[in-house]
Design a protein around this ligand. Sequence first.
Ligand SMILES: *[C@@H]1O[C@H](CO)[C@@H](O)[C@H](O)[C@H]1NC(C)=O
Ligand SMILES: *[C@@H]1O[C@H](CO)[C@@H](O)[C@H](O)[C@H]1NC(C)=O
Ligand SMILES: *[C@@H]1O[C@H](CO)[C@@H](O)[C@H](O)[C@H]1NC(C)=O
Ligand SMILES: *[C@@H]1O[C@H](CO)[C@@H](O)[C@H](O)[C@H]1NC(C)=O
Length: 384
Amino acid sequence: MSSPSLILWRLLACPRSGASGIAPLLLLLPLLLLLPVLAAANCPCQDPVLCQPIRQRPDFEVFAFDVGEKTWKSYDWSQITTVAVFGKYDSELMCYAHSKGARVVLKGDVFLKDIIDPTFRASWIAQKLMVAKTQYMDGINIDIEQEVNCSSPEYDALTALVKETTESFHREIEGSQVTFDVAWSSKCIDRRCYNYTGIADACDFLFVMSYDEQSQVWSECIAAANAPYNQTLAAYDEYIEMGINPKKLVMGVPWYGYDYTCLTLTEDHVCTIAKVPFRGAPCSDAAGHQVPYKMIMKQVNSSISGIQWNKDQQAPYFNYKDSTGRFHQVWYDNPQSISLKAAFIQTRGLRGIGMWNANCLDYSGDAVAKQQTEEMWKALKPKL
Ligand SMILES: *[C@@H]1O[C@H](CO)[C@@H](O)[C@H](O)[C@H]1NC(C)=O
Ligand SMILES: *[C@@H]1O[C@H](CO)[C@@H](O)[C@H](O)[C@H]1NC(C)=O
Ligand SMILES: *[C@@H]1O[C@H](CO)[C@@H](O)[C@H](O)[C@H]1NC(C)=O
Ligand SMILES: *[C@@H]1O[C@H](CO)[C@@H](O)[C@H](O)[C@H]1NC(C)=O
């Protein structure tokens, strides 16, 4: 920790430790006593108890990202332990989640050059904390997907940001949760080089985004699985070998796939794709576009191949022809491919599972869709 941040930390910590902190505390006491009353008065839930933060610690974490819409009413709340609100804040969702004992956390995103300054970090954290408190939320999910070089000022600043955020949240919101999203691999994927062990130590757990694994394709430019089985699981072992406790890792699975336009499509289903470079790699999944599972399920009937299963990647795919006559290949995850990966959570004793994102399923209530949606939720459950 650099000295300015140390001083700042002492300043912040001061009223809690030194005797000098008592006098201001006495002055503040009436106000502090009043706070819960004021809070209850503003509580948007029918039952004011629902505005209290969630305190229980689940044995198994099911971490759901929500990007908006009202579909959350149809989620499987018997499983969800945390909802990360990445869309517009919805107080109704907060009340509902709390009634189910699930935490609601906000999104933390920040421009990395800014956080090198410890004063900026402190004000960023204070601002997030205020938002969390006024919205009765239970923590924050820090999602930084920017480039970071090893031994750069941002590298250490990021670890410090996570540590300071966790300290503040844990101190200010009882039972709160601070988590951090990491790429599927610790090997500087997409030029995101973080201090993984430092960050894991500094927060409650890492959400490993085991998807977009074709974001940097160094070999042949062909369409491939979003989250191939072997590659996905080997990366968890690398995180564990670095010294990260498996209980600090939540497996993130995709509820979406990629639709690639094929330049050529062979009889044995090899789809070559356009060269779209990404962060130094000659081709990437940016040659395709992301499609939510609900769309894929509608498209699959018009495929020319039927659902295929790739044994090497343990993932489904299909081919179709668009209205202009071009061939496409769609790679995705389904209950079968997800269950296979989820089994590893038990094998290695990971903390849980989660998905990007919960809105990707069809909650229309249509009979076929309903079953597909239920099966996707069921695939998250550990098979004991
Ligand atoms: C990382 O280092 C490379 C090479 O020195 C440089 O070109 C790039 O701008 C750096 N990226 C960041 C985010 O600092
Ligand atoms: C990672 O962070 C921890 C905690 O701040 C620190 O002790 C460690 O030296 C860092 N590791 C690297 C490689 O910078
Ligand atoms: C796809 O076809 C199957 C079998 O014919 C049918 O049961 C299902 O309802 C169809 N799905 C959609 C979304 O049209
Ligand atoms: C996946 O890993 C298993 C076990 O290590 C190995 O036998 C198999 O060949 C691997 N498959 C691929 C496609 O790499």
